[in-house]
Design a protein. Structure first.
Length: 90
């Protein structure tokens, strides 16, 4: 039971990271003075989060971490115990 709870938590956290990662910049920032304006920022997939300027660089690291957490969570939930019991049986 504990293994499935940890696996589900990892999967949910990974999915949230994938949903809320900064995916597209909202404008071009030629100088640092213009970057202080909030309109030159990044947004999440659904536009729910407006990230500060230049945070769109975090897309790749957040994508890798999110996918790793989702895969790890699924593996932990499905992994058989050493006793040979099915993970679906309590």
């Amino acid at each position: 039971m504990r293994r499935r709870l940890i696996g589900a938590t990892l999967t949910i956290v990974g999915a949230l990271i994938l949903l809320f990662e900064p995916v597209r910049p909202t404008g071009y920032c030629p100088t640092d003075v213009e970057c202080s304006n909030n309109k030159f920022s990044a947004t999440s997939w659904w536009g729910l989060i407006n990230y500060p300027p230049r945070w769109d660089r975090l897309f790749v690291p957040m994508f890798i971490i999110g996918v790793a957490l989702v895969v790890t969570g699924i593996v932990v939930m499905v992994k058989r115990s050493r006793s040979g019991r099915s993970p679906l049986v309590g």
